[in-house]
Design a binder for this molecule. Sequence first.
Ligand SMILES: C[S@@+](CC[C@H](N)C(=O)[O-])C[C@H]1O[C@@H](n2cnc3c(N)ncnc32)[C@H](O)[C@@H]1O
Length: 261
Amino acid sequence: MPVRSDTVALPGLEPLVLQALSAPECAGTVSIDRLRLAPVPLVPEVRLVMAEDAIVLWARLEAEAGHVLPPPFWASAWTGGQGLARYILDHPETVAGCHVLDVASGSGLVAIAAAIAGAAGGTANDIDPYSIAAIKANARANGVELTLSSSDLLDGDVDGVDVVLAGDALYHPSVAARMLPFLARVVAKGARVLVGDPDRGHLAHDWLERVATYEVPMSGAPEDAQLHLTSVLMPRRDKVDDRRGPAPPPRGDSQPRRHPG
Ligand SMILES: C[S@@+](CC[C@H](N)C(=O)[O-])C[C@H]1O[C@@H](n2cnc3c(N)ncnc32)[C@H](O)[C@@H]1O
């Protein structure tokens, strides 16, 4: 799997992130979009640099760059990622001692949760260079080490990975259309797959089944204002050849629950 740490110049990002990291938590207005380091609602063990208004942040970064940029997905903890990170921290045996790949990592939330849960090595992958910079800052803020990858892996296979994690990676039909076959190939090669998805409607495959559902506090990505529940899914046992991979983790969180944190 190609792995590299991004060194592209990202206008406007570094001072913003540095300012957010150095500001006292829950301080008043830090910047007009209120980019700041704060605990993730469903996963308070993890703190991320997040924007209260990602649209304003987006406009500001585009003004600095002088050209169109992808939305700053990295500046929010997405609902699907929050559920998957919660599940990993509640079930550390899913990743402990494993080499994990967090694909479509965004802020790095899921990879950071896996590192905290005891993964032996973690790669956070996202094609947005701003995301790579944010993951680097977030990993540092949480005291974990991650390998960073900005390659588009979806048309290939991955080697040397025990578990592939995909938090809210099925957020758009065109991404889901590539992500699902990629995950199916990962499973066929014997690695485990865990998906976090708040039922965005792009999960047309019957080989994944729900293993947990969480109620999400109402402060995920602004796009998620209507999404209260998020699920964690894994390949169905009857679709996985047990001889090819480690045993799936225990199940049992099938009822929606609110995290006490
Ligand atoms: C909805 S965000 C989810 C981020 C994070 N996993 C979370 O749950 O908070 C989706 C992310 O997928 C990334 N992405 C889109 N296409 C990708 C691809 N082909 N390979 C890797 N990442 C991709 C985007 O840049 C974005 O950061």
